[in-house]
Unconditional design. Structure first.
Length: 622
């Protein structure tokens, strides 16, 4: 019998309380435009590509080998390769929910087939990992610093959450697999068990949301216990220091995100969940302070995070070299996870601003047009033309200078896939008074407020190519419609068109709210100024001092040698950007000849799609 709330929205995160309530894939649909195109490629190409690589690399067959008893000799992949299978399952679950796939649909069959192979490898007591615990392998839980056992289970738990939220009555076994594994984790690492944490945060977020989804307070409590154990130094010292694991100071005492950027964001997302679940305002305020300093001083103009290659980590304040930017795709996704939870908790639009910046300039940058190649790292400057990757090869994680089909550490492709499949859940929220739109895409919103009011909206827009966002009300209702006004959108306007006439007013950066009794057919239109703007770096960022970046709407632009006709190192900005019907050009002067030409700029997320080139975001002015 189902023992969990089947009315929860189909969303990755459903907090106990907060300023805003998330709307899920059952309430919001992206119906066209920039993000619908990427969702379509994700569903038609990326998921199949990932599944094929999980097979050919041996990461799915590892589960089969566990069943027949031929591990460890036949095992392939790194210690965390199981997690890629779980992220793939999560992506499939969201895609099934997004497309309303039928029980006999190909996606559903593929999902169940993978679940069956995972289930067969689970030990009787719930333990599940292909790297540890069998004859010839190291014992369970003996390599918590680097072994990733709990990390892998965290992704399993998030896959189960996606299944609960999209197909709560499915009898495929995944939820039971996750429940048995979670019970084991609580038995082993509870208050009376091992006083330890995993070297890679993830189990905290997965376990807490699984607890919410299944109504198991024990899982929520265990997640909180893991979060509080960070900072005790239990993982020991390593070359890059305990900050690499966020095990140097307690979460609530940290000043900023530090160490490995993915680990840091995953832990901060989980800690935000803990703060909400236990109504811990001091913890929430600490996380908000850390977010503020991290965004101001340790985040690239693209939203990318992590300036160190050697440890995939944040640098110190203002340490943001463009050519050495690591800006891992997964760190961007982790940043979205953290920011989204803060947005739900507080309702503050600045968190949605960073989500938008990161979506357009990190997440959208990673996959190739065909959905079968990816960037792992996202530098803001490429000094030498890239080399096309062999479509059959497996690349070291960040060594590919162009998008590569797969990596030895291949966390990014399935992370992108699960994000695109669940993207509609980040578009809008609700509260008792109305609906809030945070991300702009052609979409439909259908939800019911606490007092029973039905809100039905259709959104049409060409965003980000143009800034007109038109929201048409589909049913009579009285509510407040709140629209995020990005921080860069000085001069925005909101108009209301109804049977009573037309009105307009300025919409200042932050948000604009329109409360009224709407009639079906009423329109609220937000006009955002999508024009090129020049961004200067903070004077403390010495790596790009004397340079400018060009932005247009939410997109950061870049200069590519393929457009300049020369290496971008030759170019010096020689004037203001010019918008020619959406195509932006920048006057640049050649260092060698002194000649000034108008160089086309491309959206950063489109760089390297036309072949090898040099590229830069920050363009010198001298």
């Amino acid at each position: 019998m189902t023992m969990y709330d089947t009315t929860a929205p189909a969303s990755p995160v459903v907090p106990l309380r907060g300023r805003l309530r998330p709307l899920g894939l059952d309430e919001v649909r992206i119906t066209g435009g920039f993000w619908a195109d990427r969702q379509a490629v994700n569903g038609s190409a990326t998921l199949a590509h990932i599944e094929s690589r999980l097979e050919s690399e041996g990461w799915l067959p590892n589960f089969d080998l566990a069943v027949v008893g031929t591990l460890p000799e036949g095992r392939r992949g790194r210690e965390f390769s199981d997690s890629e299978v779980y992220k793939f399952l999560e992506a499939l679950a969201w895609e099934i929910g997004r497309t309303d796939a039928a029980a006999d649909d190909e996606l559903e069959r593929r999902f169940r087939a993978v679940v069956a192979r995972v289930a067969a490898a689970q030990e009787p007591d719930g333990y599940l990992n292909t790297m540890f615990g069998r004859p010839g392998q190291e014992a369970r839980w003996t390599q918590l610093q680097w072994g990733h056992e709990l990390y892998c289970l965290g992704h399993l738990f998030q896959a189960a959450v996606a299944r609960v939220r999209t197909r709560p009555d499915a009898d495929d076994g995944l939820i039971d697999i996750a429940r048995r594994a979670a019970d084991l984790v609580c038995d082993e690492f509870g208050a009376d068990g091992r006083d330890a944490i995993c070297g890679h945060a993830e189990v905290e977020a997965g376990l807490l949301e699984l607890g919410r989804a299944l109504g198991e307070q024990r899982y929520v409590d265990q997640a909180a216990l893991f979060v509080e154990r960070h900072g005790r130094g239990s993982l020991g010292e390593i070359e890059w220091g305990r900050a690499y694991f966020q095990d140097d100071v307690p979460v609530r005492d940290a000043e900023a995100l530090r160490g490995h950027a993915v680990r840091a964001n995953y832990l901060s997302a989980a800690a935000t969940d803990v703060s909400i679940e236990f109504d811990d305002s001091a913890l929430l305020e600490a996380l908000r302070r850390q977010w503020d300093r991290t965004v101001e001083r340790r985040t690239y103009v693209t939203g990318g995070q992590g300036s160190h290659h050697q440890d995939e980590a944040f640098g110190e304040d203002w340490e943001l070299p463009p050519d050495r930017a690591y800006s891992e795709t997964c760190a961007g996704i982790g940043s979205i996870m953290f920011s989204w939870r803060l947005l739900l908790a507080t309702g503050e639009g600045r968190y949605a601003d960073l989500i938008e910046r990161t979506l357009f300039n990190v997440v959208a940058t990673s996959p190739g047009d065909d959905g079968r190649s990816f960037f792992y790292a996202n530098p803001l400057q490429q000094r030498t033309p890239g080399t096309p990757a062999d479509p059959e090869a497996t690349s070291p994680r960040a060594s590919s200078s162009l998008r590569a089909p797969w990596f030895e550490v291949s966390c990014c492709p399935p992370n992108v896939a699960r994000t695109f499949a669940s993207l509609a859940a980040y578009v809008a929220t609700a509260d008792d008074d109305g609906v809030q739109l945070h991300q702009y895409a052609p979409s439909s919103v259908r939800t019911r407020l606490a007092d029973g009011t039905v809100v039905a909206l259709d959104v049409s827009t060409g965003y980000p190519a143009d800034g007109r966002v038109r929201i048409t009300v589909q049913e009579d209702a009285r509510f407040t419609l709140t629209l995020r006004v990005p921080g860069w959108a000085e001069g925005a306007l909101v108009r209301v068109l109804s049977g009573d006439g037309e009105s307009s007013e300025p919409a200042r950066p932050g948000a604009v709210s329109v409360r009224r009794s709407y009639r079906a057919g009423d329109v609220v239109e937000l006009a955002l100024p999508i024009v090129p703007r020049v961004t200067s770096p903070h004077p403390m960022v010495d790596a790009v001092r004397g340079s400018v970046a060009i932005e247009r709407g939410p997109e950061v632009l870049a200069l590519e040698s393929i457009d300049l006709g020369a290496d971008v190192g030759e170019a010096v900005a020689a004037g203001d950007p010019i918008d020619r019907d959406g195509a932006v050009v920048l006057p640049v002067r050649s260092r060698s000849t002194g000649e000034v030409v108008e160089a086309p700029l491309v959206a950063y997320h489109d760089w390297a799609r036309r072949g090898p080139s040099t590229m830069r975001v920050w363009i010198p002015t001298v």
